[in-house]
Design a protein around this ligand. Structure first.
Ligand code: UDP
Length: 238
């Protein structure tokens, strides 16, 4: 019997988390370290699904600001998330884990299609599942993809890894006296206008009462400690 506080989790990593100190792309050392953390969580007994962003390669909004058609830009952004998912799959497999990439856009010479029952089956068999291509639709983000998939697969917790160790009342980089919240309700986040996730993603989590924990994954071991029930970062729940 596992003594973990959570049975099934979905971890959202931004594309930027894979860059390390680079300006673009993927740092193999960084992705290997992240893979190690994910495997630690899985070996502790949790079922682990991942959603990875694409901002280290392309974001539709950025491409549109530079003159590109927004939908085309978003398609490029979603393809970027598939690139990141494949890189993570490779890093996980190099470390001996079993992993499947399931894409919301059909690209099945490269990876499987996202089918909810298949995702759940892979998790039950002890495989790490990476849900790629966000929601499969333009004008969304991978935060929305993460919220959607977490609810669909029945995750107990959505973990959002950021560069900051939780949610603050003000930007802690600009305001050294900013205060970090240990926990917040969904209504607190809205009334204080705090930036936890984009609006569509947040609305999905709130409507499904899915708890979100925002934490800093650059600190080794944090993911495992959260699974054991330690209050790391900020928890947003009902
Ligand atoms: N994207 C999209 N629909 C989705 C998810 C992502 O069109 O459901 C596109 C969008 O252009 C987005 C890009 O993929 O900017 C990369 O995702 P995101 O910006 O969420 O990545 P992150 O900031 O987490 O690295």
């Amino acid at each position: 019997m596992s003594d973990l506080a959570y049975r099934r989790i979905l971890l959202k990593l931004s594309g930027e988390a894979l860059m390390g100190d680079e300006d673009y792309g993927i740092d193999p050392k960084v992705i290997s370290r992240l893979a190690h953390e994910v495997i630690g969580a899985q070996q502790a007994g949790a079922e682990v699904a991942l959603v990875i962003g694409g901002g280290n390669i392309f974001r539709g909004a950025g491409l549109a600001a530079a003159g590109m058609d927004r939908v085309t830009g978003d398609h490029m952004g979603m393809l970027a998330t598939i690139i990141n998912a494949l890189a993570m799959q490779d890093a996980l497999e190099k470390l001996g884990a079993s992993c499947r990439v399931l894409s919301a856009i059909r690209i099945n010479q490269v990876c499987e299609d996202y089918i909810r029952r298949r995702a759940v089956r892979h998790l039950e068999k002890g495989r790490i599942v990476i849900c790629a291509a966000g929601t499969g639709n333009p004008f969304f983000t991978t935060d929305s993809g993460a919220a959607l998939r977490a609810i669909e697969i029945g995750a107990d917790l959505l973990l959002k890894a950021t560069k900051v160790d939780g949610v603050y009342d003000r930007d802690p980089k600009k305001h050294p006296d900013a205060t970090r919240f240990d926990s917040l309700s969904y209504d607190d986040v809205l009334s204080r206008d705090l930036q936890v996730m984009d609006t569509a993603a947040f609305a999905l989590c709130r409507d499904a009462s899915l708890p979100i924990r925002i934490f800093d994954m650059s600190q080794p071991g944090q993911l495992h400690r959260i699974l054991r029930g330690e209050a790391i970062g900020t928890l947003v729940s009902s």
